[in-house]
Write a protein that binds this ligand. Structure first.
Ligand code: SAJ
Length: 421
């Protein structure tokens, strides 16, 4: 099968870099998105998201004529669907974006086309997508009806790139390719091989779906272990970071780092898809989610205890006189992404509940989100100078560089273990 035109549906954090990398290999790419602003931005050779070097790659691809964006689907040889799969009420997966993407491309499908679902999805979602496509196009045959002889090939190929390193990981990571039939897998592998230097490993669509969920659940469970240790160590008066460093000297132990909770739109979401599919069996996975989700409230309790301690040392002062500085809002270090960030959740709660002044330091943004309008955005040094209590939430580089002397004798709540004086 020869692919001369690829359509990427959904031009977000995964779709846009994928579209740009195909285009950089001189394949004609049409990117489809429902957001007119995003389409216009890309057609100007600019980007609407933050990812290192992506602006250059998109600019080159658009200027050289290999990448263009539109809100209206058009015929292509391969369609990659990279739309969000959030959860709705009761942590149930919301497949409505996949449904609308399927309905959008169905009218332009032709025999011989390949449709790949890249979005992280619960097990069975690729088969569901194929069912929606078949419903819209009874004139074409699909793998669930015609097996290897189908007009349309369908596969699941989950993305597994780390935000901040997307362009490198897209090319270098191994890729799991789950076709609905073997021919579907082979067609998808031929497509990815145009730019993937890692191995493209073939499996079934259901295994590929479960594989992606498993990867992020593995990380969530292991972070929950570290978070639970940090809560236990607080009770036992043991330094959890020293403990983990020591335990990790064992050749078969590799504990992750505790923090204020788990953020982003992947690790805190995907395990719920497994829990939803097997609620009786997924006991550790569910508990890990609960442990990680409860961490922000635990951090706020620690802050309240620190405020109480400050007041007991400063008779005559009330909570109104205590200045709290929150260091970091992003969901992980050295990025500007605040989505699903436990640090942001904590800062919002502190700014809502604390009677005194709240200062925020976030070197990666220029203005505070509206939910934090009562707080004040400050530089690192201003915050250290003005605050009575320093609440460290994200291990950004500028925070790690604060000299120890500046922190000596200060009251600190450190959720990341970088300001242990
Ligand atoms: N975190 C900790 N302690 C740790 C490691 C991470 O508290 O030791 C926290 C971070 O602070 C952050 C959250 O976990 O709040 C997630 O950060 P992350 O860097 O581990 O992962 P993401 O969400 O940026 O990207 C993950 C990656 N998955 C895995 O590493 C298994 C990425 O490869 C996936 O492509 C991505 O999810 C996705 O799109 O699913």
């Amino acid at each position: 099968m020869s692919i001369s035109k690829v359509s990427v549906v959904g031009l977000g954090y995964i779709g846009l870099p994928t579209a740009a990398v195909f285009a950089s290999r001189k394949i004609e790419v049409i990117g489809i998105d429902v957001n007119q602003h995003c389409v216009d931005t890309i057609n100007r050779g600019q980007i609407h998201i933050v990812e290192p070097d992506l602006d250059m790659v998109v600019h080159a691809a658009v200027t050289e004529g290999y990448l263009r964006a539109s809100t209206i689907p058009e015929p292509a040889d391969a369609f990659l669907i990279a739309v969000p799969t959030p959860f709705k009420e009761g942590f149930k997966p919301d497949l409505s974006y996949i449904k609308s993407a399927s309905e959008a491309i169905a009218p332009v499908l032709k025999a011989g086309d390949l449709v790949i679902l890249e979005s992280t999805s619960p097990v069975g979602a690729t088969e569901q997508m194929a069912a929606w496509l078949a419903e819209a196009r009874p004139d074409l045959s699909f793998p669930q009806q015609a097996g290897e002889g189908s007009d349309i090939r369908v596969a699941h190929c989950p993305e597994r790139v780390l935000p901040g390193h997307v362009l490198r990981e897209l090319v270098q990571n191994d890729r799991v390719i789950g076709g609905m039939t073997e021919r579907c897998s082979l067609a998808a592998r031929a497509l990815y091989k145009t730019f993937v230097e890692g191995e493209c490993v073939l499996t079934t669509a259901r295994t590929a779906e479960m594989c992606k969920l498993t990867e992020n659940s593995f990380r969530d469970v292991n972070i929950a272990f570290a978070n639970e240790l940090s809560i236990i160590c607080e009770e036992l008066k043991v330094d959890v970071w020293e403990l983990i460093q020591l335990a990790n000297r064992h050749p078969r132990v590799n504990i992750l780092q505790p923090g204020p909770g788990v953020g982003g739109h992947c690790i805190a979401v995907d395990p719920w898809f497994i829990v939803d599919s097997a609620p009786e069996q997924a006991r550790i996975i569910r508990t890990a989610r609960e442990v990680n989700d409860s961490k922000p409230a635990w951090v706020i309790d620690k802050l309240h205890a620190a405020i109480g301690e400050h007041l007991s040392k400063n008779p005559g002062k009330t909570a109104k006189d205590v200045v709290v500085a929150c260091f970091g809002l992003a969901f992980k270090p050295d990025i500007d992404d605040l989505r699903e960030s436990p640090a942001l959740e904590i800062a919002k709660e502190v700014s809502k509940r604390h009677a005194g002044k709240v200062i925020v330091v976030e070197p990666n943004i220029k203005a505070l989100p509206s939910a934090l309008e009562a707080a004040e955005l400050c530089s690192v040094s201003q915050a250290i100078e003005r605050a009575d209590i320093l609440l460290l939430l994200v291990d950004h580089k500028p925070f790690k560089e604060v000299p120890v002397q500046a922190l000596q004798g200060r009251q600190i709540v450190d959720t990341r273990g970088i300001w242990r004086v």
